[in-house]
Design a protein around this ligand. Structure first.
Ligand SMILES: C[S@@+](CC[C@H](N)C(=O)[O-])C[C@H]1O[C@@H](n2cnc3c(N)ncnc32)[C@H](O)[C@@H]1O
Length: 265
């Protein structure tokens, strides 16, 4: 495992030390990296030559290990039926490290993974060749032919408000079996004022604060708050929440597990 150049931080990897360690990068690439001190892996793919990507992928595997326990504990808490049908939305972003790799451990599961970027979809299909069905397309547009026991929504953080306000009550609900479950990313807390250690862009911090206040009436999410928020919800009940990294709460980003209620509304 490479050391010293990365830090798992929400969905980002710090790559500045990588650049310092490997001064062989040309000026244009060094400039791009400086400009984007915190880079998404997919952005790194545009900028870095293959030998650096290998190191970043190793970092992604490391982050995946850190996050494994939390994601997998949440999947267990959802008590899925045997041989579940699973849809992993946006699976290609980190080559399936956050979600797909763990979902593949579910015994007998059939996994569809949809990814809007054709490059990411191709890379995902190569990584997990023959073990899942990769669909290149937009979740909101794609005509799915079946319902799912579990839908996983691991989208980029600025999309979180849309997940809770539109996707989960809308298309996700239509695609879930009765009693089916959804795992979605959420902001875990929003700081009073912008702070660097929050790990998300300043505008996303403002978004997080406004969203958490409007949706849950709090700036720090707890299982009790979510339990309360979904008690009156006609479509979903709250099952469990896990900090993405398993660090001391509150965490910037959390996984939330909801179950679709049995009765149709
Ligand atoms: C945070 S990454 C997901 C990481 C992924 N779960 C993993 O384990 O590697 C978010 C991904 O969602 C994809 N995405 C964004 N909007 C989408 C949409 N409407 N339909 C399908 N994929 C989408 C992006 O292209 C990006 O690759």
């Amino acid at each position: 495992m490479p050391t010293g150049f990365y830090a798992p931080f929400s969905n980002c990897f710090f790559v500045t030390d990588l650049v310092r360690m490997h001064s062989g990068l040309d000026r244009r690439r060094r400039g791009l990296l400086r400009e984007h001190r915190v880079m998404f892996l997919q952005r790194a793919r545009d900028v870095l030559p293959p030998r650096y990507l290998r190191l970043l992928r190793a970092a992604a595997h490391f982050c995946g290990r850190v996050q494994t326990a939390q994601f997998e504990k949440l999947v267990v808490a959802l008590a899925l039926p045997p041989r579940p049908r699973v849809l992993d939305v946006g699976a290609g972003g980190f080559l399936g490290t956050n979600t797909t790799a763990h979902l593949l451990k579910l015994p007998g599961a059939t996994i569809d993974a949809i990814e809007i970027s054709s490059d990411h979809a191709l890379a995902l299909a190569e990584r997990f060749e023959g073990r899942l069905n990769v669909i290149t397309g937009d979740f909101l547009q794609h005509p799915f032919a079946q319902r799912y026991d579990l839908i996983v929504l691991d989208l980029d953080s600025p999309l979180i408000p849309a997940l809770y306000n539109e996707w989960i009550p809308g298309k996700v609900k239509q695609l879930l079996t009765r009693g089916g479950a959804v795992i979605a990313l959420c902001f875990g807390y929003a700081p009073e004022t912008q702070i660097d250690s929050y790990g998300l862009a300043p505008e996303t911090q403002i978004l997080a604060r406004k969203f958490l206040m409007r949706k849950f009436g709090a700036t720090v999410l707890t299982p009790a708050i979510l339990e309360d928020a979904y008690r009156q919800d006609a479509d979903y009940e709250f099952v469990a929440m896990r900090g993405k990294l398993g660090a001391v709460p509150p965490e910037t980003i959390v996984w939330i597990g909801l179950r679709r209620r049995q009765a149709d509304t």
